[in-house]
Design a protein around this ligand. Structure first.
Ligand code: MTE
Length: 315
């Protein structure tokens, strides 16, 4: 995605992205031309609208022209470096990954530390289908019908002590099962963090599924985070540990390129990435660019958490 010390990887990635977009653009143009002629070939229509399951769920923060991104894009165009750095790698190389059985450790500054089997971990959770906007730091976006529950459901059960100020999340480290971890493209395991009030916000979602199905491996099975007002790299996949701490946790992309990726990573069209603009984004599966919205369209719900903070400094 954004590894500076390997320019060859980057340029090949860019080429792949171009191919991908060209295919999409070609389809969009072909469908538009077909529609104008009153005729849409069946196969093109199927590709454009998606052949997967139909999205259901409560829309959160959607704009009037937001449509769910087709299943094949949500599950075929991924960032999950544990399974390779190209967008199509995770779907291919995570195929044989077994996300069950799965243990989640909850520890640190909590009254009720425990190692949970996934099923027990999920017990107190109120699982819902919620359709969220998803904005990657690479200036593309999707609309995704997730299945999951508020992270706060689980944190309340853990009972953070009064010292706890942040939450740290860690991805599984197992290079035999995650072949990308045999390469030193990132400092493994992938770690991320939130301030405790961010983690307690009802929009912060622990994800267990998508499009009404169990989470595919490439999307972070069996358990990943999605924080819809932040750039996608905050949304850590295949979580094995949730630790309550008193200091701001380290986070993987900040460790990798501190001048490019911060801790807060709130979606902000006014603060460009040093190498590209964040003012617009490309909706995967669509032809034209869209304006990026402050906090990815969730400002009414979340802006008050950042009152008094300089969001240019705290990017
Ligand atoms: N989590 C782990 N463990 N490894 C990763 O490489 N990539 C992040 C995030 N979580 C990543 C991760 C990035 S950059 C994005 S944009 C989202 O996952 C992509 O989620 P998606 O593939 O479900 O759209």
């Amino acid at each position: 995605m954004h590894i500076r010390r390997a320019p060859d990887v980057q340029s090949s990635e860019i080429t792949k992205e171009d191919h991908y977009l060209n295919r999409r653009e070609w389809i969009a143009a072909a469908v538009a031309a077909g529609a104008a002629a009153g005729f849409v070939p069946q196969t093109l229509q199927a590709l454009t609208q998606g052949q997967g399951p139909v999205a259901t769920g409560t829309p959160y923060g959607l704009q009037k022209d937001d449509k769910p991104t087709p299943w094949e894009d949500v599950t075929g165009y991924n960032n999950f470096y544990e399974f390779g750095t190209a967008k199509e790698d995770p779907a291919q190389y995570a195929k044989g990954f077994k996300p069950k059985p799965w243990t989640v450790k909850v520890d640190g500054m909590v009254k009720n530390a425990a190692d949970y089997q996934l099923e027990d971990f999920l017990k107190p959770a109120k699982i819902e289908d919620r359709i969220y906007r998803h904005r990657c730091v690479e200036a593309w976006s999707m609309v995704i019908p997730w299945r999951g529950f508020s992270l706060s459901d689980i944190l309340k059960r853990a009972e953070p002590t009064s010292q706890a100020k942040f939450v740290e999340f860690t991805t599984l480290f197992d290079p035999r099962r995650m072949p990308g971890q045999t390469m030193r493209v990132l400092d493994w395991p992938y770690v991320e963090g939130l301030r405790l009030d961010e983690a307690m916000h009802p929009l912060a979602l622990m994800v267990t599924g998508v499009y009404g199905r169990d989470l595919p491996n490439q999307n972070g099975a069996p358990l990943r985070l999605h924080v819809p007002w932040k750039y996608g790299f905050k949304s850590v996949k295949s979580i094995v540990r949730i630790r309550l701490v008193d200091k701001q946790p380290r986070n993987t992309w900040n460790l990798s390129a501190p001048d490019e990726y911060g801790f807060y990573s709130n979606v902000n069209p006014e603060v460009d990435h040093p190498r590209w603009s964040q003012a617009t984004e490309r909706r995967i599966g669509e032809f034209s660019k869209r304006k990026t919205l402050m906090f990815n369209g969730y400002a009414d719900q979340v802006a008050s958490m950042y009152t008094g903070m300089d969001l240019r400094k705290n990017y």
